[in-house]
Design a protein around this ligand. Structure first.
Ligand SMILES: [Zn+2]
Length: 397
């Protein structure tokens, strides 16, 4: 062979030798791995996690190829609720200067989750913000950031995280975004900055044109500026596309009709609402109106009639309260009061609202479900449902 060729092949041969030597070194190290790892594993199985942790942390110092095992271990500790141990493992990994960039990102993501789970939101936020720049972790980091900003009530930051998540993962963020703007509107209303609140409400509608909360706020803004006709018209818009939500605005509508001195239109509104949806709030409001405008006896007759036509536990509760205060005999009043009191506990258990995502039940409307933290998923049960549920709960005779 031409000596020149031999010269050219020299670096290749040297490189080949280096690769072989490295493989041999790795194989050599692997021979020693099981002993240390079995020792650590044995401690772990014997419920001696501190000893196990010590062994594993020592091994990671001498071998760079066990990173994934350590990531799995850290994950295991976190799942077991041993956040401090998980954090130590992940901190130890992140501190290594020779870590492959991909594995470093993975270790950072795990560490950020440890901080999140431990409630150390400042530290978690800082790491998730760093991970936002890593394409593989961008969407997941945004999801965690949204949860942090949700809890910290930092709505503007939550909006930025949700918009980025929508772009990164193509996820539908219309519900949380609409509610974040409603939160901002609520703050602006509290600060007396109504024009600003109006702009936030418009943004909420841009994300979710059927945002019931934004409808309620929009009507409130109109009524605050004395424009009650406009306010009523905004709230009554729900009659067309969300009659199930009309019960949420009945008090607002009542106040605006009272301000206008228009009891007749208010009565018509309640009768129409009741025809669409036998919500006990309409029954109570209608009876109160009739009792006030006509006389108590007319209100009581109407109540009996409505409860017959739209049977519900809430309606029956109203009826008993009314009978207890009807001025009959003292003993009779006391008996009805006792029954009303007992039934109020059933009304409480009836839990008129539920989350369509996780099934969480409550007595009041939550814009964000306390169970699954989703926005806009809690809704009123159908009016007859509490009665059916209460009957189903009765023990057999
Ligand atoms: Zn839920």
């Amino acid at each position: 062979m031409d000596p020149l060729w031999l010269l050219l092949l020299l670096p290749t041969a040297a490189a080949g030798g280096w690769v072989m030597a490295k493989r041999e070194r790795r194989a050599e190290r692997r021979k020693h791995l099981p002993e240390a790892y079995f020792k650590g594993l044995s401690f772990l199985l014997n419920e001696q996690p501190d000893e196990a942790l010590r062994v594993f942390l020592e091994v990671v110092e001498v071998d760079s190829e066990t990173v994934e095992i350590h990531l799995a271990l850290g994950n295991l500790f976190r799942r077991r609720g041993e956040i401090e141990r998980a954090t130590r493992i992940h901190q130890n990994l992140v501190a290594r200067s020779d870590l492959d960039p991909g594995l470093r990102e993975q270790a950072l993501f795990e560490l950020a989750q440890d901080y999140f789970k431990a409630g150390l939101f400042d530290r978690a936020e800082s790491l998730f913000r760093e991970l936002r720049r890593a394409p593989d972790y961008r969407a997941q980091a945004c999801r965690f950031l949204m949860q942090i900003y949700d809890q910290e009530k930092e709505w503007e930051s939550a909006i930025r995280a949700a918009e980025e998540l929508a772009r990164a993962a193509g996820a539908d963020m219309s519900q949380p975004l609409a509610h974040y703007y409603c939160e901002l509107a609520e703050q602006a209303i509290a600060d007396g900055r109504n024009a600003r609140a109006g702009r936030h409400i418009e943004s909420a509608f841009r994300h979710d044109p059927h945002c019931i909360r934004a409808v309620i706020q929009s009507g409130r803004l109109a009524s605050m500026s004395g424009n009650h006709i406009n306010a009523i018209s905004i709230w009554r818009g729900l009659e067309r596309w969300a009659p199930q939500a009309l019960g949420e605005v009945v008090d607002h509508v009542a106040n605006s009709y009272t301000a206008l001195g228009d009891a007749k239109s208010y009565k018509k509104f309640l009768e129409d609402a009741l025809a669409r949806n036998p919500d006990a709030r309409f029954i109570a409001a209608l009876v109160e109106l009739v009792s006030r405008e006509e006389k108590d006896e007319a209100g009581r007759k109407l109540l009996v009639d409505l409860v017959r036509r739209h049977p519900s536990i809430e309606g029956l509760h109203e009826l008993l309260k009314s009978r207890a205060a009807s001025g009959g005999g003292e003993r009779e009043n006391r008996d009805f009061a006792l029954l009303a009191d007992l039934l109020s506990q059933v009304v409480g258990q009836g839990r008129g609202y539920h989350c369509r995502t996780c099934g969480f039940s409550s007595n009041s409307l939550h814009w964000q479900c306390p169970g699954c933290k989703n926005w806009g998923t809690v809704q009123k049960r159908a009016a007859a449902e509490p009665l059916r549920r209460a009957v189903a709960m009765q023990p057999p005779a």
